[in-house]
Design a protein around this ligand. Structure first.
Ligand SMILES: [Zn+2]
Ligand SMILES: [Zn+2]
Length: 115
């Protein structure tokens, strides 16, 4: 007795040509060449996002950033991952005794308070 698995359906085509778009710039970029050159996968996406941030002051679409913003002095930074965002928040909280809010699109915001 064997279960016949119907595998006649074609394997899912993975169309993952990495593109980045930015609605603020109304522009789209193809990252394929960067992937070929660097073979760093998702990292080139992050690298692009960071470069874009440096040049334009904002992140392109599809980037879920961690935002650390001080409730007191409105100092704020955006990060691509939680760890540096949390470090920034903890450092700021420790130095200034301010409470810093950590926000992410997919997470509940947390508050880092000075110890
Ligand atoms: Zn842009
Ligand atoms: Zn502050």
């Amino acid at each position: 007795m064997s279960d016949h698995i119907d595998d006649s359906s074609p394997p899912a085509e993975i169309d993952d040509t990495p593109t980045v778009s930015c609605s603020r710039c109304d522009h789209e970029w193809d990252l394929t060449y960067e992937l070929d050159d660097l073979e760093v996968g998702n990292q080139s996406f992050e690298q692009f996002a960071l470069d874009h941030m440096r040049h334009t002051g904002h992140f392109p679409d599809g980037i879920s950033t961690w935002m650390a913003s001080c409730r007191r002095c409105r100092d704020a930074e955006q990060f691509l991952s939680e760890r540096p965002a949390r470090r920034w928040a903890e450092t700021h909280a420790r130095h200034t005794r301010h409470a810093v809010e950590l926000e992410h699109a997919d997470e509940e915001s947390t508050t880092v308070t000075p110890e």
